[in-house]
Design a protein around this ligand. Structure first.
Ligand code: IDP
Length: 162
């Protein structure tokens, strides 16, 4: 559980969201960014790149023994990705809900995967699955200078700080 009030540190939770190559090809980047903006989260990092294989193997280190892993690497290197860091209260858990189940066949309508995808091998977005995982992934994809420390003018409107 989490408290109703938002402490300064709880308000600075961060997560890594990536638009995968199918999402970029299908021009979904804008719509995905819009969902996180309108929810009330703050964008603190953003870049486009062709992900190197060694970066992906670290990112997906827990999946290397899976039978689909070679296909996953092929998919993730098939074109550019747009990687973002979003910040705000409970952002890891909330963004997993916004993204929906890994398998789009099980993803609720209203989620990114539930609205834009049909098959697990082309599920449009990545979202970190824990606070610790998010910290690890953010360090993997971004260097410190690429993360912008800024105050959004509505930060104490979208969250009640103690
Ligand atoms: P997550 O992305 O929802 O956290 P993970 O289990 O960490 O889910 O899997 C990482 C990614 O690997 C998925 O988002 C999906 O792109 C791919 N993947 C997972 N399971 C399968 C599968 O059974 N076949 C093909 N690709 C899969």
């Amino acid at each position: 559980g989490f408290s109703y009030y938002c402490t300064a540190s709880a308000g600075r939770e961060r997560t890594l969201i990536a638009v995968k190559p199918d999402g970029v090809q299908r021009r979904l980047v804008g719509q995905i960014i819009q969902r996180f903006e309108q929810r009330g989260f703050k964008l603190v990092g953003l870049k486009m790149l062709k992900a190197p294989e060694d970066l992906l193997s670290q990112h997906y280190h827990n999946l290397q023994k899976k039978s689909f892993y070679p296909y996953l690497l092929c998919y993730m290197t098939s074109g550019p990705v747009v990687v973002m860091v979003w910040e705000g209260f409970n952002v890891v858990q909330t963004s997993r809900m916004m993204v929906g189940s890994t398998n789009p066949a099980e993803a609720q309508p209203g989620t990114v995967r539930g609205d834009f995808s049909i098959h697990v091998s082309r599920n449009v977005v990545h979202a970190s699955d824990s606070v610790a995982g998010a910290e690890r992934e953010i360090q993997l994809w971004f260097n410190g200078r690429e993360l912008i420390d800024w105050d959004c003018c509505d930060h104490n409107i979208v969250c009640e700080f103690t």
